[in-house]
Design a protein around this ligand. Structure first.
Ligand code: ZN
Ligand code: ZN
Length: 222
């Protein structure tokens, strides 16, 4: 039961192919798990041609412009550099792999195959290879463990893949997305039960409150 979804702004940007790769991966992974966002994305894709016209300015109605427009739309659709298609899993929730299809292209296999690195306090992470304007990582937070209190200099998009976490604002279970911005200061804590695995994209380094995590930040690339 997914309660926290992707915003219209993010879905539109994803549809238009303007998100950094790291954010595209989080959106594609959520969409592969969420019927509601997949339906919304399809409607944005359907009006993509119209959006394209708007971005390009005036509509040219001269002879041959329809063919030209269709060709531009086709090229625009091809150029959308999305992580692997958001394929619907026809499996029951408990049978679904922890890593949905779009993510498996990046990590290969399951959590046991990931090269986790300790971040401190029992939390582990694996930074995934993407273009550099934003970064994305897997986080492994043992049940009952807290991620250090931190703020954000940009946007942080966190998708829960397994388990659940709570922070000062809400609870996030499997499939849920938390969107943290400049003004969000929070301490996510993994709930008891299965260990929590998240996929988190950030477009700027996090600001940790404590001095020790801050020292470690350049080395952790988060
Ligand atoms: Zn959704
Ligand atoms: Zn955060």
């Amino acid at each position: 039961m997914i309660r926290h979804h992707i915003t219209d702004e993010l879905l539109m940007a994803y549809s238009a192919g303007t998100l950094p790769e790291a954010f595209s991966l989080v959106v594609a992974t959520h969409v592969s798990l969420c019927d509601e966002c997949r339906a919304r994305l399809e409607s944005y894709d359907a009006v993509g041609g119209a959006l394209l016209e708007k971005m390009d300015g005036a509509i040219d109605l001269s002879a041959g412009s329809l063919d030209a427009t269709l060709a531009r739309i086709a090229a625009w659709k091809d150029a959308q550099d999305r992580p692997a298609s958001a394929i619907t899993q026809a499996l029951a929730p408990e049978e679904q792999p922890v890593f949905p299809a779009p993510l498996r292209d990046y990590v290969g296999g399951d959590p046991a195959a990931v090269r986790w690195r300790p971040v401190g306090g029992g939390v582990r992470q694996a930074v995934l290879p993407t273009s550099r304007e934003a970064s994305v990582r897997l986080l492994y937070i043992p049940a009952g463990t807290a991620v250090p209190d931190h703020g954000h200099r940009g946007t942080e998009l966190t998708l829960v893949l397994q388990g659940a976490f709570r922070d000062e604002h809400d609870r996030f279970g499997a499939g849920d997305i938390e969107i943290a911005t400049e003004v969000t200061q929070h301490t996510p804590v993994a709930e008891p039960g299965p260990d929590c695995i998240c996929l988190a994209a950030t477009d700027a380094p996090l600001r940790f409150s404590g001095w020790l995590p801050r020292l470690a930040q350049p080395f952790l690339r988060i």
